[in-house]
Design a protein around this ligand. Sequence first.
Ligand SMILES: NC(=O)c1ccc[n+]([C@@H]2O[C@H](COP(=O)([O-])OP(=O)(O)OC[C@H]3O[C@@H](n4cnc5c(N)ncnc54)[C@H](OP(=O)(O)O)[C@@H]3O)[C@@H](O)[C@H]2O)c1
Length: 331
Amino acid sequence: MLNNKTILITGGTGSFGKCFTKYVLTHYEPKKIIIYSRDEFKQFIMQNDFKEYGDKLRFFIGDVRDKERLQRAFEGVDYVIHAAAMKQVPACEYNPNEAIKTNIHGAQNIIDAALDSGVKKVVALSTDKAVNPVNLYGGTKLVSDKLFIAANAYAGHKDISFSIVRYGNVAGSRGSVIPFFQNIINKGGKELPITDYRMTRFWISLQQGVELVIKALEEAKGGETFISKIPSFKITDLAQAMMPGCEMPEVGIREGEKLHEIMVTVEDSFTTYEYDKHFIVYPQMVWSKDKTPTPTGKKVPEGFSYSSGNNTEWLTVEQIKELLKDVDLEK
Ligand SMILES: NC(=O)c1ccc[n+]([C@@H]2O[C@H](COP(=O)([O-])OP(=O)(O)OC[C@H]3O[C@@H](n4cnc5c(N)ncnc54)[C@H](OP(=O)(O)O)[C@@H]3O)[C@@H](O)[C@H]2O)c1
């Protein structure tokens, strides 16, 4: 379905964008992939790294805050993947209006520009932090998710759908626990601090995130939130996998930190369906009968929730050690 299509990725020079671009160029025959982002240097580096793909790859300097620029960039585009965001929790806390401009106004600009052009599908990236948010980053992503779901209502008879892919911290991503522990190990530290011994997380690789976005592009009718079924791990097990036998002092939970990553809440359970490898949370509002997605999976029981703490699939220390071999630490 991606063959001969023009795909635009906002935030295409980021971790997700580069992995998605590589995956699509090696598995499909797209007509063109357009990278939309602000920093010319990151685009220059990416252009060099992807030289072999020639003019299949195009680069557009632009800000998601700039609707006119987005409108120009979306000309002739079939699918938009919206990955651009301010995503560092402290940066969003200290610069709240900047986070609102990029993550919320930017989302609305994407929607407006997509509605005004011939775009057929928009998939926006969400995060577990948008679920019961405790910080501004999560709050802005929650609003962004709501905007994309509601956008299906103003699409009218236009052939366009908006949907969401939600996942948690990618293993090895900047600011996450693996690079934090690795940094201590590199400096010769002898113990790994644990904020709370009960702490758990999901394990997802960038490629799994990319594959879920492609699934959403293939299957979304509009308004769905796609969530991968992935294993959980205890932070204490991660510490033992990275430094076997180490001391693990408990240092206390940090402000805005959650004990578990939550993907599906009890409130979502009324419209959540289970599939082989993922869940889909369907929209609670209905905009038009012919465009509302029809679930084909198994409805989860009322009261169901899906978090890294109540998962049925858990990684052992040995399994974590194996997975760590393939983790690229973001610089
Ligand atoms: N990484 C994770 O663990 C994780 C987990 C769950 C969800 N997500 C979500 O996945 C998405 C992608 O994350 P990522 O890890 O790939 O992020 P990233 O590596 O920080 O990349 C962000 C990208 O967005 C661009 N960007 C930032 N502000 C922009 C703006 N105002 N206008 C246009 N482009 C802008 C950046 O390039 P310029 O600075 O050059 O503009 C860069 O290309 C985000 O929506 C994030 O919330 C990430």
